[in-house]
Write a protein that binds this ligand. Structure first.
Ligand SMILES: [Zn+2]
Ligand SMILES: [Zn+2]
Length: 329
């Protein structure tokens, strides 16, 4: 049986191990995807650190997969061998629960998530349910990879933020750098809040055309209509609430966050809203890729070979990345 290289998480808290695995065979409804590039997402860090409950173990992480269809299981329609596809976090949903039946498949009661409860893209090949793959246009697969989660979750968070003219973004990493470009193209003003003193991230944000960039310990220069918090730091929730105007929305974009400190009711008063964003729907993906066809964004990436996945995760953990880390296969 032909083999493939994969980076394997055997237990939380341990580094990933380079392993030789058999190339899997697609079952009914599945495609075999030859991975070209796979982005490294903060959720992968939470997985490795044991902050997500009940992962499949061992598991191949990675849910920002750009690849080519290399094999078709029985009954697959609409995808062909050699076609460029993206495989996102949402790996499968049940289709019958009340969430699936009300356009909220992101909240499905019985889902599978790529690189968490099914194997993902830190490998030369992976399997995916064909119905959850997105056909992608040709182009640099490394530049496309961050769109598959940072782009998608950022876009869903952006939709949740409503028609905000003045949009704050807390945490200026992979998701923020994509979203800032989309928001700017839509005529929004973006206010970027970085780690205090992170001049490099603030300069990066300014290069992308934000109206203002500063530290998350600084007050917003104007009252904001909405804010999105991508950094997994609970203390930013009251900070963002203080920055939004009456009726403002604070959207929390991460899967995991440190505890949110107590805060006075008056900063929530006047119909301010705090809400999280969970996962994505296929409609979010179609909406994003449709928008990108008209509004191209440039993703900033740092490339790592597959075997250096642990170094990529360490760089993300330490805040040393500008843009998104991507493993190249
Ligand atoms: Zn469901
Ligand atoms: Zn992700």
């Amino acid at each position: 049986m032909a083999g493939m290289r994969a980076m394997l998480l055997e237990a939380p808290g341990r580094p990933l191990r380079l392993a030789e695995l058999a190339i899997p065979t697609p079952g009914p409804g599945e495609v075999l995807v030859k991975v070209l590039a796979c982005g490294v997402c903060r959720t992968d860090l939470h997985l490795v650190d044991g902050e997500l409950p009940e992962p499949k173990l061992p598991v191949v992480p990675g849910h920002e997969i750009v690849g080519e269809v290399a094999g078709l299981g029985a009954g697959v329609a609409g995808l062909a061998i050699g076609q460029r596809v993206g495989v996102p976090w949402l790996g499968r949903t049940c289709g019958v629960c009340r969430f699936c039946r009300s356009q909220r498949e992101n909240l499905c009661d019985d889902p599978l998530f790529t690189g968490y409860t099914r194997d993902g893209g830190y490998a030369e090949y992976t399997l995916a349910d064909a119905r959850y793959c997105f056909p992608l246009p040709p182009g640099d697969p490394v530049a496309q990879a961050p769109l598959l989660c940072a782009g998608l979750i950022g876009f869903r968070a952006y939709r949740m933020a409503g028609e905000a003219k003045r949009l704050g973004i807390y945490g200026f990493g992979a998701a923020a750098h994509i979203l800032a470009q989309i928001a700017r193209a839509d005529g929004r003003e973006v206010y970027a809040f970085t780690r205090p003193g992170d001049r490099a991230a603030q300069a990066f944000a300014r290069r992308l055309g934000v109206a203002w960039a500063g530290g998350s310990d600084e007050p917003a220069p104007v009252p904001l209509d909405a804010a999105i918090v991508f950094a997994p730091v609970g203390a930013l929730v009251p900070a963002a609430l203080r920055a939004v105007d009456k009726g403002g929305v604070v959207v929390l974009g991460g899967i995991h966050m440190s505890d949110i400190p107590a805060f006075p009711y008056r900063i929530l008063w006047e119909e301010r809203v705090v809400r999280s964003v969970a996962n994505l729907t296929r409609a979010d993906g179609l909406g994003l890729f449709d928008k990108l066809a008209r509004t191209p964004v440039a993703t900033e990436t740092v490339r790592y070979p597959l075997e250096a996945a642990n170094e990529a995760l360490a760089a993300l953990r330490d805040g040393r990345l500008q843009g998104a880390a991507v493993l190249i296969l």
